[in-house]
Design a protein around this ligand. Structure first.
Ligand code: ADP
Ligand code: MG
Length: 700
């Protein structure tokens, strides 16, 4: 076979004219033969299963029925004509309806002849099936060699233009007959044997024309494995290259600053997780490769102390460090905290923000340049070109998702070699996702909270219980605690949300009147100074209740606040709910989170609320979130590209992902450059992949 045949434009396939080709290109991204081959079915229908008309239910999805048309008529309507057929089997009748293509149908459909019809049924004064796919029963029987009918991805536009699933199946048949396709294998014999995988040829054939259930399952497994395997091979190779090629400054010393702090000034015993993570980091920065590490740990898990101890190591080795936070409030909190922790060990720490005065800046710039300043804490201001270090060796970024890649890369250029980078995040990334997206990063996880924390108690209450909830708030305030009440603010409905917030505020103000109670309110329409002022009053304990939109989500630390009320909780995403809940439970007292909703809840909302009530574990929550929303939504469109998988699903196929990663690591460990004879196929495929950015492209 001519290997280039797969590059043939789809227009040339029999049955595909220019207009269909255009649609295939724009709707499904099918340009050439090979793209069609790589259009894998979403699911399969068992063609040997027929429904009887009297078995239909309003909930049934697509059905296949055997019967015949006994009557065909045109119905005139205000909005246009429709062609209606009465279709019967021995148990009942159903209407078939067409809104388009009347002439062709009238001329070609046979009355009183057995047909197999297939489609979605609707119910309106009896069942009907709009635009059914139809096949003569005799034909259908002949074709039963393939009992599993693939259902291909499609779009509304395609089906409206008559490119139905059956049309795509026909194209696929045509393609396989026309090109007599054979595929070279893309996995090594070793992997095929060890995992008992079927060949590429057999897999591709059976994914489109499954001979039976068993072969279909094998075909799916094989193709999913291949897809995930090459992604892992790529990620792990990237990581290996980074470790070999990107030089960093080795911090070989554990010196006086670190040792003194550890022996004499550590305010508490480190948790085992903190100790483990510090070890992982030390190993990284001790080597001569640049560290690029993601430190994940739930809110309150104690990431700051890990950051500080890493910074002390840098200083011990003669380097400067910086710590960046996404907001002024957070930067300031870090600054205060680190000043306090380091007050007795003779280290110079300064804070730099957009609002820093010119004189202050000048001093900071000077001290950075001459090396007097050890630690610079700040916001984005740290990234400015004017900010020049004498010898920056380590940069720590808190709450990573607020910083873009471009901003981060600025840090890389603040010294001859890039500084070591530690990114801290409290947004747990599910393990499955982390493996697929950040497989090239090193990840440390603090999966243990400091001892003595009381787990936050979470409950779900309906709006009708508001009076009881208010009573509870009053009791907590009576005990000296503070309370957050948070309202959703979704951009699309900002005006309405804003009204909700104000209405809510008024009703709270009525129930908690001055002077007995003091209330702060913070929302996005306020000036930053006013916001800071209100926030500050709450932080200082001058107000009892903080009414806010989600602006308080990131980082605010008020240990005395023990109650978090989330209004319209059904409208928040899981990770947002979890972040908000993390604002309480920071002190010694028992804390509470109350999720308020109306009675009308979707099943996804219910799952979210139940999950919040069930667990405080951020990773557990992240996994549920991933299942509910899918990977693209969670990571944002930017990063979802890599998750544009053709056949595997990183949530459902997690087992295959694990296996694929295991094999990729094993192979690269033995043969990092894939130069062994037995890995020849892997190298070739890998290179093709890199060239075409599409692992299905190199079939020949
Ligand atoms: P986060 O991971 O959310 O940044 P922090 O570093 O702010 O958490 O730590 C939260 C609180 O827990 C701080 O008050 C900190 O002093 C305290 N903390 C951290 N580690 C420990 C520990 N090992 N034992 C006791 N308290 C700790
Ligand atoms: Mg923190």
């Amino acid at each position: 076979m001519n290997p280039n045949i797969l590059q043939t434009p789809i227009d040339y396939l029999k049955g595909v004219g220019p207009s269909r080709a255009d649609l295939l290109r724009t709707e499904l991204g099918i340009h050439a033969y090979q793209d069609l081959i790589n259009l894998f079915p979403n699911r399969y229908i068992d063609k040997t299963q027929y429904y009887k008309i009297n078995e239909l239910q309003r909930t049934t999805a697509e059905v296949q029925i055997v019967g015949k048309i006994v009557h065909l008529k045109m119905v005139e309507q205000k909005r246009g004509k429709r062609l209606v057929a009465k279709f019967i089997d021995d148990t009942g009748e159903i209407e078939l309806v067409w809104f388009r293509g009347h002439k062709w149908i009238k001329e070609n459909l046979k009355i009183n002849t057995p047909y197999v019809i297939f489609g979605k049924t609707k119910y309106y004064n009896g069942y009907n099936m709009p635009h059914p796919e139809m096949e003569l029963f005799s034909e259908h029987e002949k074709n039963l060699k393939i009992s599993m009918q693939p259902v291909y991805p499609s779009t509304e536009k395609l089906s409206n233009k008559g490119i139905t699933n059956r049309v795509i199946s026909k194209m696929m048949q045509q393609l396989f007959i026309e090109t007599k396709i054979r595929f070279y294998d893309t996995l090594s014999p070793e992997i095929l044997t060890e995992l008992k995988l079927i060949s590429k040829s057999e897999a591709i054939l059976n994914i489109h024309f499954p001979k039976n259930q068993e072969l279909l399952a094998k075909a799916q497994y094989r193709l999913k494995f291949e897809e995930l395997f090459y992604i892992q091979l790529q990620l792990i190779t990237k990581k290996l290259i980074r470790k070999q090629k990107i030089k960093g400054y080795p911090f070989t010393e554990v010196g006086e600053y670190f040792n003194n702090f550890y022996a004499n000034h550590l305010p508490f015993e480190l948790t085992n997780a903190q100790k483990r993570v510090i070890k992982e980091i030390r190993k990284d920065i001790g080597s001569s490769a640049q560290m690029n590490r993601l430190l994940q740990g739930d809110v309150g898990s104690g990431k700051t102390i890990v950051a500080l101890m890493t910074m002390l190591l840098a200083i011990d080795n003669g380097f400067q460090t910086c710590l960046m936070a996404p907001t002024a409030i957070l930067a300031n909190q870090h600054y205060q905290g680190i000043l306090e922790l380091t007050k007795d060990i003779g280290i110079r720490v300064k804070l730099l923000m957009g609002s820093s005065k010119a004189k202050e800046r000048r001093i900071i710039h000077e001290e950075l340049a001459n090396g007097d300043l050890h630690i610079l804490i700040g916001t984005h201001a740290v990234l400015e070109d004017k900010v020049k270090f004498k010898n920056l060796g380590l940069a720590i970024i808190d709450e990573q998702h607020r910083f873009g890649v471009a901003q981060r890369s600025k840090l890389w250029h603040k010294n001859k070699y890039p500084p070591h980078i530690l990114v801290m995040t409290a947004t747990p990334i599910p393990r499955t996702l982390a493996m697929s997206l950040y497989g090239d990063l090193d990840i440390s996880i603090i999966d243990e909270l400091p001892p003595g924390r009381k787990a936050i108690k979470t409950v779900h209450r309906y709006d009708s219980n508001r009076l009881k909830v208010f009573k509870f708030i009053a009791d907590e305030i009576q005990k000296g605690r503070q309370v957050y009440i948070v309202y959703p603010l979704i951009q699309e409905s900002e005006a309405l949300d804003y009204k909700d917030l104000m209405d809510g505020y008024e009703s709270i103000a009525r129930s908690f009147p001055t002077p007995e109670y003091q209330i702060s309110i913070v929302h996005g329409k306020m000036k930053p100074v006013d916001k800071d002022y209100e926030m500050d009053r709450f932080v200082k304990g001058e107000t009892n209740i903080m009414v806010a939109t989600t602006v308080i989500e990131v980082g605010v630390n008020v240990p005395n606040a023990s109650v978090m009320i989330i209004e319209s909780a059904e409208r928040f995403g899981l990770s947002q709910l979890h972040q908000l809940r993390g604002r309480v439970g920071r002190g010694a007292e028992q804390s509470f989170c109350i999720l308020m909703t109306s009675y009308k809840l979707s099943s996804d909302s219910k799952t979210r609320l139940e999950t919040m009530v069930r667990t405080n574990d951020g990773f557990d929550i992240a996994e549920v979130d991933l299942k509910l929303r899918g990977p693209g939504d969670i990571m944002g469109t930017q990063q979802s590209g890599i998750l544009n998988l053709k056949i595997a699903d990183i949530v459902r196929d997690n087992d295959i992902l694990q296996t694929a990663r295991y094999y990729a690591m094993k192979i690269l460990k033995e043969d990092p450059s894939l130069s062994l004879e037995k890995n020849k196929i892997l190298l070739y495929t890998y290179q093709q992949l890199a060239k075409h950015k599409n692992i299905w492209n190199y079939i020949s």
